[in-house]
Design a protein around this ligand. Structure first.
Ligand code: KIV
Ligand code: ZN
Length: 524
């Protein structure tokens, strides 16, 4: 019989609405803060730092509203050491079922001298006075020595010990300016635990100035920290705070590396939390952001796509569904292979095989080379064009060079194959499209007039595909239509025209009803 050892809970202390909201340019109103707080509760955070009540009436109102209506997490407010700050903080969080006051004062030489203008002894006295005051309201008091990573270790421990002796149950060690590196940070946490005696939980609060906030937080956990302060999407002052989704997923995914601890987060709510915070703060999530970025589970290269289509874990260490990010994504681009192309079409309900698949794939590669990413709408249009084009053609466009503008006469240099023979023609016209169509008429020997011409942009953006449909009536009265697709509107027009003239040639050769072959919008 194997004995199971209980794991320590790493308390997740969310400070999205306090430190996160201190990001430049973010200003959430009470309603928005409440919406985020409700989501944080669904996410299962243990502590929710709702704001800094003394900072403004708006901050007070938001903390009070959250304390009055959000259940689940312990609601925390931040406070400086002045008693009026502590009193105001308590007033704001008072309606909550469970409450914490978080008191802080800086202990680094530079902060004490240039910001607080206090001596170390004054700072120590302030810490004692504030913690004592907070304890008059609640048993749950957290103390932070701001700028801990640049504080004199002995002095900081002296203040921490005084805070514990005055009743603080959590000692939060902030790397306020993101100065620490993981090995050093772990050592500092370990040394504090050895030095400061009493019954307290040690916490870590890391900023990301060197991009190390998550690594430092995890190093602190390995060194014995049992609370991590973090924010959704890593938002916060300057380069931000440690990103909650990354810390939680590192502990969950690499369980064997963190055998003594567990986190109580409902990870299926991570993606939704990220989207909500991004939407309400106006802070975009970087595409390649770990866990919640839009490319976190997207694969573009053919080799990766093939692997993931066979077995997701070949290139994914987390299940996107588990974090609420939906399915793995196969992004079609110039690196994609045939397997991914076919699979994407199948998911869109388009089944093509054999020659149709080959020619559609060839066209896709050509387009993907010019357009970074192809949307479903692009693919649909491309396949529609190719399906119309899987029949043997008399005419094929080989190359087209055009010159336009209002200085020289628009002209087109065209090379195409006519019944297998290459023909080169140069023509001028009223515009580049007109010059191209005149050249095509000359090369094919088919005369007539355009009766309708439409250009649609398949998707938005400057690199959108142009989808040209046109109607043509030959001089012997055959009416057909054609469709062409390209990132270039003149090329799309030429392709549409060539496809129309191919139908004329077919009608002339077979006597076939032009309407039977004339289905430009049909996908198959
Ligand atoms: O970064 C910091 O030092 C803080 C404290 C208030 C904990 O946010
Ligand atoms: Zn901070």
């Amino acid at each position: 019989m194997s004995a199971t050892t209980a794991k320590d809970r790493v308390v997740i202390f969310d400070t999205t609405l306090r430190d996160g909201e201190q990001s430049p340019g973010i200003s959430l109103d009470v309603g928005e803060k409440l919406e985020i707080a409700e989501q944080l509760a669904r996410l299962g955070v243990d502590y929710l730092e709702a704001g800094f009540p003394i900072a403004s009436q708006g901050d007070f109102d938001a903390v009070h509203a959250i304390a009055s209506s959000v259940s689940g997490p312990v609601i925390c407010g931040l406070s400086r050491t002045a008693h009026k700050d502590v009193d105001r903080c308590w007033e704001a969080i008072q309606p909550a079922e469970r409450r914490r006051i978080h008191v802080f004062i800086a202990t680094s030489p530079t902060h004490m001298e240039h910001k607080l203008r206090m001596s170390p002894e004054q700072v120590r006295a302030e810490a004692i006075s504030a913690v004592t005051r907070a304890r008059e309201y609640t048993d749950d008091v957290e103390f932070s020595p701001e700028d801990a990573s640049r504080s004199d270790f002995d002095f900081m421990c002296d203040v921490l010990q005084a805070a514990v002796d005055s009743g603080a149950g959590t000692l939060n060690i902030p790397d306020t300016v993101g100065f620490a590196v993981p090995g050093e940070w772990a050592q500092r946490i370990r040394s504090i635990r050895e030095r400061v005696t009493g019954d307290y939980v040690i916490s870590t609060h890391c900023h990301n100035d060197l991009g190390l906030a998550v690594a430092n937080s995890l190093a602190a956990v390995e060194a014995g920290a049992r609370q991590v302060e973090c924010t959704i999407n890593g938002i916060g002052e300057r380069a931000g705070n440690a990103a909650m989704e990354e810390i939680v997923m590192a502990i969950r995914t690499r369980e064997e590396q963190y055998p003594d601890v567990e986190v109580g987060i409902e990870i299926s709510e991570l993606a939704r939390s990220s989207r909500m915070v991004s939407r309400l703060t106006g802070y975009p999530v970087q595409f390649n952001k770990a866990v919640v970025g839009r490319n976190a589970f997207a694969h573009e290269s053919g080799i990766h796509q093939h692997g993931v289509l066979n077995e997701r874990t070949t290139y994914e260490i987390m299940d996107p569904q588990a974090v609420g990010a939906g399915d793995s994504q196969i992004v079609l681009g110039k690196h994609s292979g045939r397997a991914a192309f076919k699979d994407t079409l199948a998911k869109m309900g388009i089944e093509i095989q054999g020659d149709a698949l080959n020619s559609a794939f060839t066209r896709f590669k050509e387009l993907a080379d010019r357009k970074v990413q192809l949307t479903d709408a692009d693919l649909e249009a491309l396949v529609a064009e190719e399906i119309g084009g899987t029949v043997e053609h008399d005419f094929e466009l080989v190359s087209l060079g055009v010159q336009g503008g209002n200085v020289n006469t628009p002209s087109a240099e065209l090379v195409m194959t006519v019944s297998g023979e290459e023909v080169a023609v140069t023509c001028t016209g009223d515009g580049m499209v007109d010059a191209s169509c005149t050249a095509i008429k000359q090369a094919t020997g088919i005369d007539g007039r355009l009766t309708d011409y439409n250009v649609l942009s398949v998707t938005g953006g400057v690199d959108a595909l142009a989808d040209v449909t046109l109607s043509f009536e030959s001089s012997d009265g055959v009416k057909v239509s054609g469709r062409g697709l390209s990132t270039d509107v003149v090329e799309a027009s030429a392709r549409a025209f060539v496809s129309a003239l191919n139908k004329i040639a077919r009608v002339r050769a077979t006597g076939e009803d032009p309407n039977a072959v004339d289905r430009p919008g049909h996908i198959g």
